[in-house]
Design a binder for this molecule. Structure first.
Ligand code: HEC
Ligand code: HEC
Length: 656
């Protein structure tokens, strides 16, 4: 295998020798292929020649290679689990693929159209980009909080740089001197000097200030999906969400889309240029109402820099910003054909936009109409299928499509009012988002969906026993299905929607608990964690509540027929974690409200993958696992020494 790679490399460098020959003289120059523009990691890339598109089919575990002119799929290459983003080598010879759930980067040879190598990286690799001469590959490891710096000749990691919580996508400047790595959940952006291989600055996206009118855009930045540099290299557009955490959770008052603009000379946000609903995004529909868009995901610029196109993955729209005239949105193309648009690329002539739909696995084409400020974008033709076969069961695919959708017109009943938000607007990509929202019962930490269907009752206070109870979330927080009376039996087609989402949440491939970095390389527990395991199972008394395969006693809350019921409160526990803002409630079973809660007792949370879901407790008040353990009161656990807590914590952090 090794010699074969060496051979490939030799051929590669031979190919870069340009031989100019005329009748009498011969000149040989060695031309190094160096990229002459900024580049960002994405789920879809167009190569520099503009003739080939590469698309990561995230849950199909393939990469499609298409002819950009004919839009014919030339190959669908099998890769590792959950390919999320792609990077091209500057010479177009290789496509690097981050395989999120395999903790590796696959290397596709564009000539051979197959994987020729795999590179081991950190936990859950996401964004990746090559250096401008191609000798280095940078990979952001989402769960490790690191950047792998990889020698592309050796295909080996040279260095793993700590850069902070949940780095997501990666972008390199035209001169190759800087990398930008947004952190998904907190809106920080690390600026990395590629020569020093060090973080030199952190750009903090600003919070949008509170407004007297809560229905106006406001909140803290999170769910940062992209960082795309404008053609002149001076600015970057960063699509993300704003979450209003200091007012009670309410439809139209909690989640807002935004696109922030970064000045790349000063490496600061240009706060005045942030694009928000009702201000810079203020387009009215035929009924003269503001058009709401949601879950901004990716950006493409007109090659002359005159416009920016942003895909809204939730509401499935394209928003056009005119950068020559103030930078406001001038058009919203409602409903790109296909489901869940997450990627956008523009042809070299600036005429055609390619849009990657992540749930329907197809490619939509939109004509830009050119550079003129009066040009209008237009959908052309039907989307082209990117994959041969969707291996996901049909109900899982449909449920997943609903989970990520904020399209109010698409399903049996609207999942959200007015295209406002998707489940993923709070459960960032299905996970927690580190935020705690205020609810009528008190503050509630947004949980991750890892093994959520296996852990007995739903919600921190265990007030839901069946998934259709989420109609309360859909009606109250998302403004959907408002025409239905939750006390009445649900219409069959609406019940079916909940069954579909449930099937998606239950599929083991949807949200596998992430590998724990607290284990040894071979997966075994460390010595400290082994001691902790004994304490956990013995003296610590943890098993009495966090027992079983899913580390919770909640599945025992059943009635005489053995069916899960939120009326059985024997498995809720008051461990002294009540918050002063928690209040007794009538609960929220569907219909007659008959599962009251005292505001002190909570459902035992699972500990699978818990190392990755700080902060802890129903109100997000414990920052670390150690703190969470130490705060178990009311004699739920015995007095433990510091050393015992450390050992138990090390074990808990190792649970996958
Ligand atoms: C506005 C933000 C928001 C939206 C939108 C949202 N959730 Fe949640 N979700 C939360 C919060 C906050 C909690 C915890 C609430 C509690 O326990 O009282 C939660 C809890 C959950 C839980 C319970 C986890 C457990 O094990 O107890 C599941 C499952 C869930 N949400 C799924 C969904 C689905 C499916 C959707 C879309 C239909 C959705 N959520 C939409 C904020 C949101
Ligand atoms: C009497 C039942 C009970 C016992 C015993 C118990 N726990 Fe818990 N644990 C809970 C409950 C209930 C919560 C949630 C409290 C809240 O949200 O306010 C919790 C929360 C946690 C959390 C935070 C999880 C998260 O996602 O927020 C951790 C970590 C944890 N427990 C670990 C332990 C360990 C380790 C032990 C043994 C030393 C232990 N627990 C013993 C009931 C228990």
């Amino acid at each position: 295998m090794k010699w074969k790679r060496l051979l490939q490399l030799t051929i590669l460098s031979a190919a870069t020798i340009v031989v100019a020959s005329c009748q009498h003289e011969q000149a040989v120059t060695i031309k190094q292929l160096v990229r002459d523009h900024a580049a960002h990691s994405d789920n879809m890339l167009l190569n520099d020649k503009g003739d080939t598109l590469y698309v990561a089919n995230m849950d199909i575990n393939t990469v499609s290679i298409l002819d950009a002119k004919t839009k014919k799929v030339q190959a669908e290459v099998s890769v590792g689990k959950e390919p999320r983003q792609l990077a091209l080598s500057p010479d177009d010879q290789y496509v690097y693929v981050s395989c999120l759930y395999d903790n590796q980067v696959d290397v596709i040879s564009t000539k051979e159209k197959k994987v020729v190598d795999s590179i081991e990286v950190g936990i859950q690799p996401y964004g990746l980009v090559t250096s401008q001469n191609g000798d280095t590959l940078y990979v952001a490891n989402y769960q490790s909080g690191t950047l792998s710096i990889i020698d592309t000749d050796e295909r080996k990691e040279k260095k793993e740089l700590k850069i902070g919580d949940r780095p997501r996508t990666v972008t390199i400047t035209k001169d190759g001197k800087k990398l930008y790595v947004p952190h998904y959940l907190d809106g920080d952006i690390s600026v990395i000097d590629t020569e020093k291989e060090k973080v030199t600055k952190t750009i903090k996206l600003a919070a949008s200030p509170d407004q007297p009118d809560r229905k106006k855009s406001q909140g803290v930045p999170n769910t940062v999906e992209q960082f795309v540099i404008s053609p002149d290299g001076k600015k970057a557009f960063v699509p993300h969400l704003l979450t209003n955490i200091d007012t009670p959770i309410n439809f139209e008052e909690t989640i807002f889309p935004a696109v922030s603009v970064i000045d790349l000379e000063k490496d600061e946000e240009i706060i005045d240029e942030r694009k928000e609903l009702f201000d810079e995004i203020n387009i009215r529909d035929v009924k003269n109402e503001n058009m709401i868009v949601s879950n901004p995901y990716d950006v493409a610029f007109q090659p002359d820099g005159s416009k920016a196109y942003v895909v809204m993955s939730g509401s499935e729209d394209l928003v056009v910003f005119d950068l020559t005239r103030g930078g406001n949105a001038t058009q919203i193309l409602r409903r790109i054909k296909g489901d869940n648009p997450r990627g956008i690329a523009i042809s070299k002539d600036g005429q055609t936009l390619f849009v990657h739909n992540a749930m329907s696995h197809d490619l939509a084409t939109i004509q830009t109409g050119g550079d003129s400020p009066y040009a209008r974008v237009k959908m052309t033709g039907e989307p082209v299928k990117l994959i041969k076969k969707d291996p996901l069961p049909k109900d899982v695919r449909e449920g997943k499509t609903i989970f990520y959708s904020a399209n109010s017109d698409e399903f049996a009943a609207s999942i959200t009012g007015n295209n406002w938000m998707s489940c993923a607007s709070c459960h960032a990509d299905g996970d927690m988002n580190r935020l705690t929202l205020m609810t009528p019962k008190g503050p509630r930490n947004i949980p991750s969906n890892v093994v959520t269907t296996e852990t007995g009752l739903f919600l921190w206070d265990g007030t839901r026993n069946e998934f259709a109870d989420y109609i309360h979330t859909v009606q109250g927080e998302m403004g959907g299905m408002t025409e239905l009376d939750p006390a009445k039996p649900m219409p069959e087609d609406v019940q079916h929607m909940y069954d579909l989402i449930f099937a998606f949440l239950q599929d083991p491939n949807s949200f596998p608990p992430p590998q724990s970095p607290y284990r040894q390389k071979d997966g075994r527990l460390t010595d400290t964690a082994s001691q902790g395991e004994q304490l956990f199972n013995g003296k610590g008394n943890c098993l009495s509540c966090h027992g079983g395969e899913f580390f919770t006693d909640s599945p025992k809350a059943v009635n005489e027929e053995g069916k899960l019921t939120e009326l059985n409160t024997n498995f809720l526990h008051d461990i002294g974690t009540g918050n002063k803002l928690d209040v007794p409630s009538k609960g929220d079973a569907r219909g007659q409200y008959q599962n009251p809660r005292d505001g002190k007792k909570f459902d035992t949370p699972t500990l699978r993958g818990v190392w990755a879901t700080a902060p802890y407790f129903h109100d997000g008040s414990a920052e670390t696992i150690e703190e969470a353990i130490e705060r178990h009161g009311n004699d739920s656990i015995p007095k433990l020494s510091k050393g015992e807590v450390t050992a138990i914590a090390e074990y808990v952090k190792s649970i996958e």
